[in-house]
Each structure stands twice: as structure tokens, then as C-alpha cells.
Design a protein around this ligand. Structure first.
Ligand code: C2O
Length: 607
């Protein structure tokens, strides 16, 4: 109902403006290339470098907490001094693992198993070593695959499907990796001093990009090994280019040459196959727009995810998330721009809305059963690379030791258990894979900054809008919320803008994590009557969207979102105004969602 308040009568124009980086300055960023230090595989505390200056060697952090007179308990660890945090550390995934219960609201009818723990083969965890391959695996755009590429890919998935389920390389075992890491399979028992009652969650924080990069790294090498091809590379679903926006053809037919198509999955939205253009801003309802409009809107979404809302490390990667953090009790790390934007929309768009938990792609526990999941995520991973390659100041990976030293455990292509660290997945050169781009490619989304609003189409608001100070938080989003937010500065100079981005923070968002959730954020949408703002317009700041998933203890989870305002305010001719008028529009699943805080900050570039 609420969505009809802002219908898609598009005031969107096709004229797009060329992308211009605010500055060409590139920031040097280096990570240590050493493989992981020894001793990371036991339960000892891993101290980041900064901490070693403060704590004597071998101090047990648990004793230290006691020594502080119980002031710091697991429940309020987020108030610990930053230097005392510790990275999220996956336990031995084969021995410390529980059935997935989280985020599956309809457990009785779940179409996939919730038993997601990997097979235990009695292996001890080894440290990761970089591949010594001679060739770099070049991931290819799925819609442009040659017959040879597609045949090979099909053969590899077929070989994976032929393995017994309890083999670590089987189709089911690979799917279950996502289920276990995302739906409550592991706890933080080995993270820092150990938090056996807090689950590990690799979504909604700065773990999102690195975890999935590692997951795909092993998945690709396993597939290559199954068909004996050390050059095997995955395709990517290039939804950032108009020709690549439908689900790639090879996934669609049920059979190929009279045999089952290994890339087919029965649990997909039947309305969204066969050349339908993906909606990168999908909220659960199909928009009534032309393909051409949808394509242009999608390009604006990619632009927004990578440039406007990805202007600093945390806005792009997601917020800090360390040992002791629980999105249920004590922390609300922000969700990154791509994760909350195009990434979540595609999951929801592909998943079957007629299944009890939107299987497969529409729920984390089942997503890995659809081969499309992996090629969606190769493109998500590619977004990280493209974002970095823009060379904009601020587009750098986190340098915090709690990010660098966060680790996961996977079975590698040799069925060995290996522990991998975020710091070792930053360089694609070292991991020996990369992405094929068209030669001299100018990415279409780079020219898709929404067109500047014509001042004549704008009017002053006719109703009085309360300020943040006049509003009692938390606010429930059971209807549209309009609120005025004071800005830290107006009309900043180009030089000032190059130093810091103006960012809208929507914080302490508490939502039912068993539901698909989405609300949209518009800023200064002061259009004349009869003209409505759409997600393709400059007033659209972005959306907050969640795939169902939750912690074992509570239905409600807490998160936050960040939206870049610098360009938005320029493009809506409102950079001189003291307040920004922010409109939160409920789209789905928000009747019991509350927002605890809204503010605007200047975020230094590179912070
Ligand atoms: Cu782990 Cu697309 O999700």
C-alpha cells in the first residue's frame, strides 16, 4: 500500500551525465603479504599489532576483563576501548557447528535441509598458501560465454552434482557453506576470548566482501579440479551492463540435449526468467516500467552503490564487526552499499516468491543451491575490484587489524581444511584470478549519475516537517517518515568536498530478521504536484534491504545504513540549505521496523 504513495510515474530522463571523479588522487594501500602467522589455529587470543603495545605478551583477555572489575561484560563489549577488540575467527567448522535455525521463518516447510555442517574428515586446520598456478583464471561475462566455456562450466557443475552429498566438494556441501556461515552454524567461541553464545554472521558488516571472495575462490578451484582444468574460471552475471541484465540463458532451460541442465534450478521466480531485465532495486513487486527505463535505472543503481554511497571504506564495505559483537544485543554495524543495494535485490528477484522461505536465492540458507548464486556473487566480487579501480580517494580496503586478521575456514580443492584471512584476499594477482573486461571498456554505469534536477520543477514543501530534535526516537516505520536533519556544513568548497563526504546515517534499525525488509530513502524530494520521485531520480538516496536471516536468540536484529549526500545535494540544488529533508518510504516488511537515530556527518575520505 505504502509503495503506491510514490508510484513509478517516471520523471526520469534518459540524459545521463558523465562520471567525473572528484579527485584523481590514489591512495597507497598495502597489506602484509606474509602468510598467516603460526598459532592461529588454536584457541589462543590473537592480538592485533596495536594491542601488543598495550598488553603484555600471553595475557589472557578473559582475566583482563575480570581485572576490570566486571565492568566490561560480553553484553557491552562494544564499549571496550578499540585497541582491545579482536577479529572474528571461525572455529573448526567440522567440529563446532550446529544446525541452521536462523532466518528460516518457515522451518517446517523448508524445501532444503537445515543440516548444514560440513563433513568431518578428521583433518587439522592448515594455514593458507597462495597458489603457484602459472595461469590466471579469467572470469568471463556469463551472457557472452563461448560454447566451449559454457560446456566446460556445465561439465564441472555436473561433476559436482555427481559427488555423494557427504563429500566436501559435492553440490550440497558447497551450498551448505553459505547456510552454515549465514544462518547460525558457527559461534564466536574462538573469536578473541571466546563468545560461545554469539553467532558468527558474515553479512551486514565489513566481512561481506572478503568472506564471499574466499568462498568463490575455493568453489572455482574445486570445479576446475573436478574437470581437470587448472585454468577453469567461473562466469559472472554482468548485471551492470544492459545486455547482461537478464538471467543468463544457459541457466534457463530444464534440459540440454535431452539431459537435465546442471545449471537449472527449480526454485526460481517463474516470472523472472526468459529475458526479463533484472530489477537491481527490487522490493518484492514488479515495477511497471519499460525495459529501457529499467536498464537505465539499474545503471543508476550501480553508480549509486559504487560511487555515491560507496565514497568511503566503511560505507562500501560495511561497518566494523569484531569479537563479542552481536547484532542482536550490542552492535549495529552498517551494511555496505552494494550488499544492501543491488546484491540483496538480485537475491530477492531470483528467489521463488511462492516458496515458504523464498527458496532458493531469496534466503541465505538455500541460496547456494542455485548455481546462479555463485555467478551473482562473482559479479558482486567484481564490484569490489571496479570500485577500487576507480582510483578515487577513499576507495581503499579497511586497514584495521580486526578486519585484516578476521578469518574463515574452508575445505580447499584438495579436501584440506584451511584457515584464510581477509588480508590475504585483497590482491587478485596473488589469488590468480581476475575478470575479463571489454578492451577499452567504458562502464555504462560510470555515466549514470542521475541528471541534475531542473530547479523549475522543484517547490518548497507545503507542510511543516519536524526536525530530528522534535521527533521522539525510536520511530516505527509503519508509514512514511519525513524528517528534517541538520547538516554539519553548507556549500562546502570543492577542496573541502574532496577531503570529506557528507553522509546520512540511519542508525539502530531494528527489524524482524525472519522477513524480507526494504525501505527507501529520499532526500529533498520537493517536486511539483503530480510528479513523483523514483529510484532513478537524483533525490533517491538508496534503500535499506535485508534478506531473511537472524541470530539464534531473537527475531529482531539491528543494523544501520549510510547514504552519500554530497552529489545528491548538488544534483537537487539544495547544497545551500541548512537542513536536509529526509523521507523514509516503507516498501516491505517494515510494519514493526524501528529507526533509533538519524544524523548527517562529514566522513573524512579514507576513514
Ligand atoms: Cu552471502 Cu548474497 O549472500
Amino acid at each position: 500500500m505504502s509503495s503506491s504513495l510514490l508510484p513509478l510515474t517516471s520523471s526520469f530522463t534518459n540524459a545521463h551525465r558523465p562520471f567525473k571523479a572528484r579527485t584523481n588522487q590514489t591512495q597507497g594501500f598495502r597489506v602484509s603479504c606474509n602468510s598467516a602467522p603460526n598459532g592461529h589455529n588454536d584457541n589462543k587470543l590473537i592480538l592485533p599489532e596495536s594491542q601488543k603495545l598495550i598488553l603484555p605478551p600471553n595475557v589472557d583477555r578473559r582475566n583482563l576483563l575480570v581485572g576490570l572489575g566486571g565492568l566490561y561484560t560480553a553484553a557491552n563489549l562494544s564499549s571496550l576501548p578499540a585497541a582491545m577488540a579482536a577479529p572474528i575467527t571461525a572455529p573448526d567448522i567440522t567440529s563446532i557447528c550446529k544446525d541452521a535455525s536462523a532466518g528460516i521463518s518457515n522451518q517446517a516447510e523448508a524445501v532444503r535441509t537445515r543440516k548444514c555442517c560440513p563433513p568431518a574428515l578428521g583433518k587439522t586446520i592448515k594455514d593458507f598458501v597462495f597458489p603457484t598456478d602459472k595461469t590466471v583464471r579469467m572470469r568471463w561475462p556469463a551472457h557472452k560465454g563461448t560454447k566451449e566455456q559454457v560446456d566446460k562450466y556445465r561439465a564441472a557443475i555436473q561433476a559436482m552434482r555427481a559427488l555423494p552429498d557427504d563429500h566436501p566438494h559435492s553440490f550440497a556441501s558447497q551450498a551448505k557453506i553459505h547456510c552454515a556461515y549465514c544462518n547460525g552454524g558457527y559461534t564466536q567461541v574462538d573469536s578473541g576470548t571466546g563468545f560461545p553464545n554469539i553467532d558468527i554472521q558474515i553479512h551486514n558488516s565489513w566481512l561481506f566482501f572478503p568472506f564471499h571472495r574466499w568462498y568463490l575462490y575455493f568453489y572455482e578451484r574445486i570445479l576446475g579440479k573436478l574437470i581437470n582444468d587448472p585454468t577453469f574460471a567461473l562466469p559472472f552475471w554482468k548485471w551492470d551492463e544492459p545486455a547482461g541484465m537478464p538471467i543468463p540463458d544457459m541457466f534457463v532451460p530444464e534440459t540440454v540435449d535431452g539431459k537435465p541442465n546442471p545449471l537449472y534450478d527449480v526454485y526460481r521466480d517463474a516470472d523472472h526468467i526468459n529475458e526479463r531485465i533484472v530489477d537491481l532495486d527490487y522490493d518484492g513487486k514488479d515495477k511497471n516500467v519499460s525495459d529501457q527505463t529499467q536498464k537505465l535505472c539499474n545503471l543508476s543503481t550501480v553508480y549509486r552503490d559504487l560511487v555515491r554511497n560507496g565514497g568511503d571504506t566503511i560505507s562500501f564495505f560495511g561497518g566494523k564487526y569484531v569479537a563479542g559483537d552481536s547484532p542482536v544485543d550490542n552492535s549495529d554495524p552498517s551494511v555496505g552499499s552494494v550488499e544492501s543495494g543491488s546484491h540483496t535485490a538480485v537475491h530477492r528477484w531470483v528467489g521463488d516468491k511462492n516458496q515458504p522461505n523464498n527458496e532458493d536465492m531469496g534466503n541465505f540458507y538455500s541460496a547456494g543451491y542455485d548455481p546462479v548464486f555463485y555467478i551473482h556473487h562473482t559479479n558482486v566480487d567484481r564490484m569490489w575490484k571496479l570500485w577500487k579501480d576507480l582510483g578515487i580517494a577513499g576507495h581503499v580496503e579497511p586497514t584495521d587489524s580486526d578486519w585484516l586478521n578476521a578469518s574463515y575456514v574452508f575445505y580447499d580443492e584438495n579436501e584440506e581444511l584451511v584457515r584464510v584471512y581477509n588480508k590475504d584476499c585483497v590482491s587478485l594477482d596473488k589469488l590468480k584470478f581476475n575478470y575479463i573486461e571489454n578492451s577499452k571498456e567504458v562502464f555504462p554505469w560510470r555515466k549514470s549519475r542521475p541528471e541534475k534536477r531542473n530547479p523549475n520543477s522543484q517547490v518548497a514543501p507545503t507542510t511543516v516537517v519536524n526536525t530530528v530534535e522534535q521527533t521522539k526516537f525510536p520511530v516505527t516505520l509503519d508509514k512514511i517518515l519525513k524528517i528534517r536533519v541538520k547538516r554539519p556544513a553548507v556549500n562546502r568548497s570543492e577542496a573541502e568536498k574532496a577531503k570529506a563526504n557528507e553522509v546520512l546515517l540511519v542508525k539502530k534499525i531494528k527489524y524482524d530478521s525472519g522477513k524480507f525488509v526494504k525501505f527507501d530513502v529520499f532526500v529533498n524530494d520537493k517536486l511539483k504536484d503530480g510528479v513523483f520521485t523514483t529510484p532513478c531520480d537524483p533525490e533517491y538516496a538508496g534503500g535499506f534491504a535485508q534478506i531473511p536471516h537472524n541470530d539464534m536468540k531473537s527475531m529482531f536484529m539491528s543494523s544501520s545504513a549510510r547514504f552519500g549526500l554530497t552529489e545528491l545535494l548538488e544534483d537537487t540544488n539544495t547544497d545551500g540549505e541548512e537542513y536536509a529533508t529526509v523521507t523514509l518510504v516503507p516498501r516491505t516488511g517494515t510494519d514493526d521496523l524501528t529507526v533509533g537515530e538519524i544524523k548527517i556527518e562529514l566522513v573524512p575520505v579514507g576513514a
